[in-house]
Design a protein around this ligand. Structure first.
Ligand code: SF4
Length: 374
């Protein structure tokens, strides 16, 4: 059903007014999905066009796109996408800043603690001393990553754990907003064996201090890069400081497609959004900016890899991950983070006169307002 934008808008205005928790009828669900498909088809067509404009665009195993020197493609991402390394380690439950795109926005002061002296690895709680047992019993992943909030809030706790995984030959990467890095702690991390450090440069508005910390990190840690959601603010700030950032010697930049959840969606009210394969909900400008970024990087031959960490990449990663865990055929962890579709959040794109569906048809009989009975 190639629903027209006008009909989709009429229906979505109606859905947005329904009392919370009211279930849609089957044909109404079909209308919702037809609308999502129409929006997604238009976005895909635009992105395909943008990709065609990127010189020497590369693809890793059909799963993700990038430009630049293959050798600088982030090892942590390669491990996630083609190895056995999406293993997440959680420890720190606090952060010293509050990024508007943070998945924990609004909840940053009430994130559950992992527990005194404990580490959460693959969903299980371990004391540091238990890690030897884990390494003896289970097959080692190709990589692990330290996720959750800001590890530098208590970075000294990480050194012995990193050392253990390093001795086991497992690639390790960590995320930071970079504000609490010092020469001393970066050196200690490098000595412990951290392989890769990723800076959330967008979270700090490309602060000069963090740019200098990236330069410092490169002295002690083998692979250093940026990983930040792609937003218009970041795009603008990056280009104001492009020379300084590129001169730090970083290896890669992961341009994450910003996705929204119930915590951060309020910060993006009024933006044009779409939903990718009934899973991640994102502002349509995020991936568009990534592809524009990649075009510039390729044309100017930057000495860094620029990686399009899109919703498609997350989808591919999730299928791959489940295949490594002996999941059934088709199993994945890719899902929508909203318990109920936020219908009202799709009104801006449906109301936008500059956004068009590719093809439109009249609604079939039985799908027009007033005609639905089941
Ligand atoms: S630095 Fe990371 S954890 Fe902290 S607020 Fe920003 S996105 Fe969230």
């Amino acid at each position: 059903m190639k629903i027209s934008k006008k009909d989709a808008l009429i229906w979505f205005r109606f859905f947005a007014q329904l009392p919370e928790g009211e279930e849609l009828m089957v044909r109404q669900q079909e209308i919702v999905y037809a609308t999502f498909a129409q929006i997604e088809a238009a976005i895909d067509a635009r992105n395909e066009q943008l990709q065609k404009e990127i010189p020497n665009l590369k693809c890793l195993a059909g799963r993700t796109y990038y430009v630049g020197d293959d050798d600088k493609f982030p090892r942590g991402c390669r491990s996630c996408l083609t190895g056995t390394g999406l293993s997440a380690i959680r420890k720190t439950n606090t952060c010293n800043i509050a990024c508007k795109f943070c998945y924990y926005y609004g909840d940053l002061d009430c994130i559950p603690p992992i527990g005194e002296g404990m580490w959460e690895i693959g969903g299980t709680k371990f004391y540091e001393k238990d890690i030897d047992l884990l390494l003896k019993i289970q097959k080692h992943p190709t990589g692990i990553s330290y996720v959750y909030l800001e590890p530098f809030m208590e970075i000294e706790k990480y050194y012995p754990v990193i050392r253990k995984f390093h001795e086991a030959g497992i690639h390790q990467h960590m995320y930071t907003n970079g504000t609490l890095c010092t020469e001393e702690n970066l050196k200690a991390l490098g000595e412990a064996g951290l392989d890769e450090l990723r800076f959330n440069l967008g979270g700090v508005n490309c602060a000069d201090k963090v740019i200098e910390n990236m330069r410092l990190a490169k002295k002690y840690i083998k692979y250093v890069g940026i990983e930040t959601p792609m937003t218009p603010e970041y795009f603008e700030q990056f280009f104001q400081k492009k020379e300084a950032i590129l001169s730090t010697g970083i290896d890669f930049m992961n341009c994450a497609e910003l996705h929204l959840n119930p915590n951060n969606i309020g910060n993006y009210e009024g933006e044009n959004i779409y939903i990718a394969r009934h899973g991640y909900v994102s502002p349509i400008w995020s991936r568009e900016l990534t592809l524009k970024f990649m075009k510039i990087a390729a044309e100017e031959q930057w000495d860094v890899v620029v990686h399009d960490c899109s919703n498609f990449t997350k989808f591919a990663r999730s299928i791959h991950q489940r295949s490594q865990e002996d999941g059934w055929f088709g199993a994945s962890t890719y899902t929508c983070e909203f318990p109920v579709v936020p219908y009202g959040a799709f009104l801006p794109i449906l109301e936008d006169e500059n956004f068009a569906f590719l093809e439109e048809e009249e609604l079939p009989k039985g799908y027009k307002p007033g005609e639905l009975f089941f």
